[in-house]
Design a protein around this ligand. Structure first.
Ligand SMILES: Nc1ncnc2c1ncn2[C@@H]1O[C@H](COP(=O)(O)OP(=O)(O)OP(=O)(O)O)[C@@H](O)[C@H]1O
Ligand SMILES: [Mg+2]
Length: 284
């Protein structure tokens, strides 16, 4: 890394600015502590050290990019934050609490929402039904989605809120169409609407533009910004499309082979020789 100190200074400056914005807008950030604090997280799969002492922070209301070559450990870090994987070492703190031992569904209710690298949707359900089920999952004590879907007719106000969210992501015209009949671009928007249904404080978005064309990618970039700025949701965005990253975030963390190699404003990070080497050395 060219100048680690410069990256650190720049990163923390961005964080406090975002934190002030969020607090002014009525956020509930714990004073002095970032919304998400990942400290020294490590995990190995057999002989592969997927994460080796990763630390990063996201302030309330801040948008941060998480980039790096294929296999760098980005999705694995999301799994450790979301609770599907348990790190071998280190800690994940959210809103001032240590998440060790907290199962994934409870992390979701605490305010951590996700979209997935490979879309995880129910083909036979419509966008509105996806949002309704997610909204109920937040209230219902860890019930299976299938049970939640069968749990009676939703109230008119629930449907109205779900429609508003589906409209917010730009899917009003497809609100009642089974997702199986929608293209990938629309399906990724369904995932975003569903993630927002739980009123998250942090959105983990794993390659939301993967497989999309330039126009659809621009829609996703603009939507992520709106989610951050209008709803005050902090965003951690994993993405290979650096043009999208530049538009959607304020700060970028670069992972390479399980290590953080840069952390700072987009322009500084992409000019960093270590980052350029990491990208040029492999296909990205
Ligand atoms: N469940 C698993 N079992 C074994 N190895 C795994 C598992 N999950 C991830 N890995 C390995 O851990 C490393 C990091 O993988 P990860 O999927 O986190 O990378 P990534 O940065 O998300 O890559 P990409 O950009 O291709 O999505 C890789 O070497 C991968 O093969
Ligand atoms: Mg991945």
């Amino acid at each position: 890394m060219g100048d680690p100190a410069a990256g650190e200074r720049a990163g923390s400056g961005e964080q406090s600015a975002a934190g002030e914005r969020a607090t002014a807008g009525g956020g509930t950030a714990v004073a002095g502590e970032p919304l998400l604090a990942v400290a020294d997280v490590s995990i190995a799969f057999g002989g592969v050290q997927a994460l080796a002492g990763v630390s990063l922070a996201v302030a309330a209301g801040e948008a941060v990019g998480l980039v790096g070559p294929n296999g760098a450990g980005k999705t694995t870090l999301f799994e450790c934050i979301g609770g599907r994987l348990r790190p071998d070492g280190g800690s994940v703190r959210f809103a001032g609490a240590d998440l060790a031992g907290v199962p994934a569904h409870r992390r979701s209710r605490l305010g951590i929402a996700r979209t997935f690298q490979r879309v995880e949707v129910f083909p036979e359900l419509t966008p509105v039904e996806h949002v309704l089920v997610a909204a109920r999952a937040r209230q219902g004590g860890g019930m299976l989605w299938r049970d939640l879907v069968r749990r009676g007719t939703p109230r008119p106000d629930e449907v109205e809120q779900a429609r508003a969210l589906v409209g917010m992501v730009g899917l009003a015209d497809a609100a009642d169409v089974p997702v199986a009949a929608l293209g990938l671009g629309h399906t990724r928007l369904v995932e975003l609407a569903r993630a927002l249904a739980s009123s998250p404080r942090l959105l983990l978005a794993d390659e939301p533009s993967s497989g999309l064309d330039t126009t659809e990618t621009a829609v996703i970039a603009a939507l992520l910004r709106r989610i951050q700025r209008e709803r005050g949701v902090a965003v951690l965005l994993v993405e290979h499309d650096l043009a999208l990253v530049r538009r959607a975030v304020d700060r970028v963390v670069v992972l390479d082979s399980g290590h953080v190699i840069a952390d700072g404003p987009f322009a500084l990070v992409v000019a960093d020789p270590a980052v350029r080497r990491a990208y040029l050395g492999r296909s990205a």
